[in-house]
Design a protein. Structure first.
Length: 329
């Protein structure tokens, strides 16, 4: 078994806050990234909060927050996170960053990973970082955002977009999903799952999931697909069919498919693939099972099928993923 290496220093994260900030989004990076630990209990991220002009910052609640650090924190950051603000005026003028924010952004080193939560995407777009790139924002702001920044390839239907060195999320809780995705991308599923358990949130909602689900809480007078999903999770290694899932919910295939998408935002087939990818990731990280056996245990049947799906989702082969994230029990 490989022994996890002790990092020379934690990954530095600077959280750049704006006037009119939304407190919930402000706390997400510190809670999720700040909660990630390595095998020795050491912090994997150092999270510092800063402002273009330090001092008292207004929120959309009945209190202010005092930000001690200024844009100097941006100069040493490996990742910069911009949470939401309910006021766009302090962010830009005529589609351009305000002078204080322009000065702050000039301190950011080339190659720094840039992340936005909710309307923080306006800041990245105004800085020109999203031109020609895919991005998302809160679904209520999509039309305004697209009019203001026509060069951005806006995807209105997803929780978050990972475009490598620039990542954007939709509103509120999707910021949690994106930060867990960063932990998973940087350190593997096991570390991300530990953070999720400590935060009492679902360990994984795929970025491609719809951000606005028509029936997130099933009508108590309508049958739900939740029992079928729970049943499937216990049998991912088996060749599950749509008809079997529908029968578990006492529905026709057509009704089940429609209800499933209403409740999860994705089709049953897409959901099964995502669950199997997560199972494969966990097995590759935590076991010494051969790749062929991992493929069977995760429900892909063959290593070639698993390799295709992992490459599509993670951009790496099973062997490369295991080499990166394999840890001792």
């Amino acid at each position: 078994m490989s022994t996890p290496a002790v990092a020379a220093r934690p990954h530095r994260v600077a959280v750049l806050v704006l006037d009119g900030l939304i407190p919930f989004e402000l706390g997400i990076p510190a809670r999720i990234l700040g909660g990630a630990r390595d095998a020795y209990g050491e912090r994997l991220y150092s999270v510092r909060t800063c402002a273009a002009v330090p001092g008292r910052i207004r929120t959309d609640a009945d209190f202010t927050v005092n930000i001690e650090h200024g844009p100097e924190e941006l100069a040493t950051a490996d990742t910069v996170v911009v949470p939401a603000s309910h006021e766009l005026g302090p962010v830009f003028e005529e589609g351009r960053l305000t002078a204080p924010l322009e000065r702050a952004f000039s301190a950011i080193r080339p190659g720094t990973r840039m992340v936005s939560i909710c309307t923080g995407s306006y800041v990245l777009a105004a800085a020109g970082l999203l031109d020609g790139r895919p991005a998302t924002t809160h679904w209520k702001n999509v039309e305004h955002f697209q009019r203001l920044f026509p060069r951005v390839r806006v995807n209105a239907d997803v929780l978050f977009v990972d475009d490598g060195d620039v990542l954007t999320s939709a509103g509120v809780a999707s910021g949690i999903d994106l930060c867990l995705h960063l932990v998973r991308r940087d350190h593997g599923a096991a570390v991300a799952n530990d953070v999720a358990r400590g935060t009492v949130v679902p360990p994984h909602r795929d970025g491609g999931q719809a951000q606005y689900v028509r029936r997130p809480v099933p009508d108590t007078q309508l049958a739900s697909t939740s029992a079928a999903r729970a049943w499937a999770l216990e049998r991912l290694e088996q060749p599950l069919t749509l008809r079997e899932l529908a029968e578990r919910s006492s529905m026709s295939v057509r009704t089940f498919t429609r209800r499933f998408r209403d409740e999860t935002g994705v089709s049953p087939g897409q959901w099964l693939v995502r669950q199997r990818v997560e199972r494969a990731r966990q097995l590759l990280e935590s076991s010494e099972l051969p790749v062929d056996r991992v493929a069977r245990e995760a429900g892909f049947g063959t290593s070639a099928s698993m390799r295709m799906h992992l490459q599509a989702v993670l951009g790496v082969s099973p062997t490369a993923y295991r080499r990166t994230f394999r840890t001792d029990e």
